[in-house]
Design a protein around this ligand. Structure first.
Ligand SMILES: [Zn+2]
Length: 350
């Protein structure tokens, strides 16, 4: 967890928006913090809550000192006026028990009950609901009652990927604040600072692919996926010896070994196709700039090399679309590598 706003990458406009609302005394009771997964929304929500509690800063400063009683208790999740919930381990939804109490104690426990109590140690109670789109109908309806008549001095932050996954009645009672993906440069810095990767080069390559999301960066760093990536890269670098069915078989095997879930297999196949497309694109750029070191330039000449790589890239992108359109991963990959090998053979004969 972050211990200062300085550690948060990006989202300065959103922070300024909250700071202004606090300065003007116009903070709403409920907000939806919406935006893609893995870009720091949850961190933002926590920093915002901690800033509300910090004793050494005025509210309108939206700052944390890290040292006062509130900050220290907050850091170890022990500040009594802060409530944070999300999907429990092993569950797919946020159960009503977390919102409104267990069956026998409905209305006398849970987030809504706690919010209805006067703050114990500060001026306000703050509740954060992570993955708010995953509240089941019962939970959402229970929360709705609180949103309709929010307790004085309460602040509710609903964190979610897509506000459309919330009940319209919930959405309409919250102010929606949109968050955007981080810049590739910010992602690169986080990957290095948090020692998620150890080389500058690797950080840059993951940052370029992960669409500004640390969550995607982590998926891309899966060691099995990286192994598969380097094996495909090796095959692609020796196109003259490319054995399409063998490559397809080893890729499919790798994907199946990584996960038995069809959805995850599709996702991993997509990443792999992105790697293939990026590798082809890099070579294409090199050849277009007259890269003499590329074996393709030596074998075919730069011009014919470009004429070969461009359709290969198109074919790879088409395969990615087929997977999106839920064609079977195995068939798509077999056909793709077969076509890539054919394109090479035709070019080599010219
Ligand atoms: Zn403090």
């Amino acid at each position: 967890m972050l211990s200062s706003w300085d550690q948060l990458k990006g989202h300065s406009e959103q922070r300024e928006l909250f700071r202004r609302s606090l300065e003007l005394g116009r903070l709403s009771h409920a907000y939806v913090l919406a935006g893609p997964e893995g870009i720091g929304k949850r961190q933002f929500a926590r920093l915002l809550a901690q800033s509300v509690f910090c004793r050494n800063h005025e509210l309108a400063e939206l700052q944390i000192c890290g040292d006062c009683r509130a900050c220290r208790a907050f850091a170890v999740n022990a500040w009594p006026d802060y409530i944070e919930i999300g999907v429990p381990e092993g569950k797919n939804t946020i159960p009503i028990a977390l919102i409104a109490g267990e069956d026998g104690k409905r209305g006398r426990e849970g987030l809504c009950y706690e919010l209805s109590m006067a703050p114990q140690a500060s001026d306000r109670r703050v509740a954060v609901i992570n993955d708010a789109g995953l509240m089941n109908t019962e939970s959402a309806n229970a929360l709705l009652k609180t949103l309709e008549e929010p307790p004085a001095d309460s602040l509710i932050l609903l964190v979610c990927d897509n506000p459309d996954t919330l009940l319209p009645t919930i959405r309409s009672r919250c102010q929606i604040i949109r968050f955007f993906p981080m810049s590739a440069d910010d992602v690169k810095q986080i990957l290095l600072q948090e020692e998620i990767v150890d080389s500058e080069e690797e950080a840059a390559s993951i940052a370029a692919l992960c669409e500004g999301s640390l969550e995607i960066a982590r998926q891309l760093l899966n060691p099995d996926l990286r192994k598969l990536k380097s094996s495909v890269a090796k095959h692609l670098s020796q196109m003259e010896a490319m054995k399409p069915l063998k490559i397809a078989a080893s890729v499919i095997e790798g994907i199946e070994e990584m996960s038995s879930s069809t959805a995850e297999q599709r996702q991993n196949a997509q990443w792999l196709l992105r790697f293939v497309a990026d590798a082809i694109q890099d070579r294409l750029k090199g050849l277009a700039h007259g890269d003499l070191a590329d074996p393709l330039t030596q074998k075919l000449g730069a011009r014919s090399g470009v004429d070969l790589l461009a359709p290969m890239l198109e074919r790879t992108i088409a395969a990615s679309r087929q997977i999106d359109g839920s064609s079977p991963v195995k068939l798509v990959l077999e056909a793709l590598f077969d076509d890539l090998a054919k394109l090479f053979r035709v070019a080599a004969k010219r």
